[in-house]
Design a protein around this ligand. Structure first.
Ligand SMILES: *[C@@H]1O[C@H](CO)[C@@H](O)[C@H](O)[C@H]1NC(C)=O
Ligand SMILES: *[C@@H]1O[C@H](CO)[C@@H](O)[C@H](O)[C@H]1NC(C)=O
Ligand SMILES: *[C@@H]1O[C@H](CO)[C@@H](O)[C@H](O)[C@H]1NC(C)=O
Length: 422
């Protein structure tokens, strides 16, 4: 554009976009009007300076991440990436998590994003049983002044891992009581006897449960439905069948690898409780018998000791009157002559342990109940009648706790799940 004489201005005819053309080579030619015309030319290099006019743009509209539960902290979930065509810091992208809540906690307690690379890491592991998916937003911001930003949503889908073993709800071993089912003697083949009920916190295949009898007193007598856990008789019950039947049932899920749980089921073949003498509450009697034995033992020991003292005193008295009758050493009572339990009588020895034993059996054991399947017992027991039984009675019945009540107490209190019944 001519301005003043022989001066020209170079003007733009449109907007310049550095992101499209950043450098122009402009060649200017000056020609005279002579004949022939003569000319000369000059090239002007024009660089377009940057302004921060482009926000970072994510390569995808949204991101999805599929992960397994229980991934290790530090594992990569996914990576996001945004482009900013501006120059230098106007085009430098920094990634960050936008504050949000996941399951009541801040998203940054679950995840972190690498500010330079956009790689998203797990900060802690995820539990599918707590939540199965969540969303959060990542912001990409450039370093210009003022900065421009854009946001993108990332959805995380957690998939289940077989990390929960089946949980058996029935028969429960809570309170150390032995759940016992009564089976009528007249039960025919395919009669429903009981049912093992189990749940699994996982989902899908990982929660498909199957039921198996792993051990049985009489392997041919009962069968369990693979899928429902229903225990049925396989044949009619015979007179020759043992009254006490014990089954060990395993419940397995269908995960890879599969997890399992086992439980014991005690079955009593009987029509009538009166037929089962062992069911009477005999443990208390037995126990008080034991207590009286201990009292008798203590009394005898004390009597023996008193007699001993009296003899010693008598000997002393005699010696005083006839000093040469006995030699001096006889007065000293060697410790070994004391009855071995004497020192424990008023301490924490035999008396105390007998007392403890008594307490165990008379408090905790009274609360264990046994319910009976009402359909089988309508003729013998009211449907809601409950038989109070101590675990030890059943233990006795099943032959764990024989003649050693102390051992029986210990087993019931400390290792009830370890009992096996042959
Ligand atoms: C501009 O000119 C320079 C040298 O004069 C050359 O290297 C460059 O390639 C040219 N650019 C364009 C777009 O023609
Ligand atoms: C970035 O953009 C701003 C204006 O938005 C500008 O002043 C600055 O010079 C630019 N920086 C670079 C390195 O181009
Ligand atoms: C991204 O989210 C932040 C926080 O909600 C907001 O300040 C910002 O304006 C958002 N940016 C865009 C481009 O929507």
């Amino acid at each position: 554009v001519p301005s003043i004489k022989n001066y020209y201005s170079l003007v733009t005819t449109g907007q310049l976009d550095r992101e499209l053309v950043s450098v122009y080579n402009i060649t200017i030619t000056a020609t005279d009007e002579g004949s022939p015309p003569l000319s000369s030319s000059k090239t002007v290099k024009l660089s377009v300076a940057d302004i921060n006019d482009n926000p970072p743009v994510f390569e995808e509209q949204s991101y999805n991440a599929y992960i397994n539960e229980n991934i290790k902290p530090g594992s990569t979930l996914c990576s996001v990436s945004a482009r900013d065509p501006d120059w230098r810091q106007n085009g430098t992208v920094i990634y960050s998590l936008l504050p949000a809540e996941v399951n009541g906690a801040s998203v940054s307690s679950y995840l972190s994003v690498n500010g330079d690379t956009g790689v998203i890491h797990a900060v802690r592991s995820f539990d599918y049983e707590q939540f199965r998916s969540f969303k959060f937003q990542v912001m990409a911001r450039d370093n210009g002044s003022p900065p421009l930003s854009s946001n993108v949503t990332v959805s995380v889908f957690i998939s289940d891992v077989n990390d929960n073993s089946p949980q058996i709800l029935y028969p429960s071993l809570e309170g150390n009581s032995f759940m016992t089912e009564l089976v009528p003697k007249a039960a025919q083949g395919r009669s429903l006897v009981s049912k093992v009920i189990a749940v699994d916190a996982d989902s899908g295949q990982n929660a498909w449960l199957s039921y198996h009898i792993v051990k049985a007193t009489d392997p041919g007598l009962f069968s369990i439905d693979l899928h429902s856990g229903e225990i049925r008789t396989q044949r009619d019950i015979l007179e020759s069948d043992s009254m006490k039947q014990n089954l060990i049932v395993a419940v397995m899920d269908n995960g890879q690898p599969s997890l399992s749980a086992t439980c014991s089921m005690y079955l009593l073949i009987s029509d009538n409780l009166a037929e089962v003498p062992e069911l009477k509450d005999i443990s208390y009697e037995k126990n008080s018998k034991l207590t009286s034995y201990l009292i008798i033992a203590l009394v005898s020991v004390s009597t023996f000791f008193l007699t001993f003292i009296i003899i010693i005193l008598g000997v002393r008295f005699c010696r005083r009157r006839k000093p040469r009758l006995l030699f001096d050493g006889a007065v000293a009572i060697p410790g070994a002559y004391l009855p071995p339990n004497y020192a424990d009588v008023d301490g924490t020895g035999t008396l105390r342990s007998a007392y403890n034993y008594d307490t165990y059996l008379t408090t905790g054991s009274r609360t264990s109940d046994f319910k009976f399947v009402s359909s089988y017992n309508d003729n013998t027991l009211p449907a809601d009648q409950t038989l109070k039984k101590t675990p030890s009675d059943f233990a006795d019945m099943f032959g764990i706790c024989d003649d050693s009540p102390e051992v029986g107490t210990f087993m019931k209190k400390s290792t009830p799940l370890m009992l096996t019944f042959e």
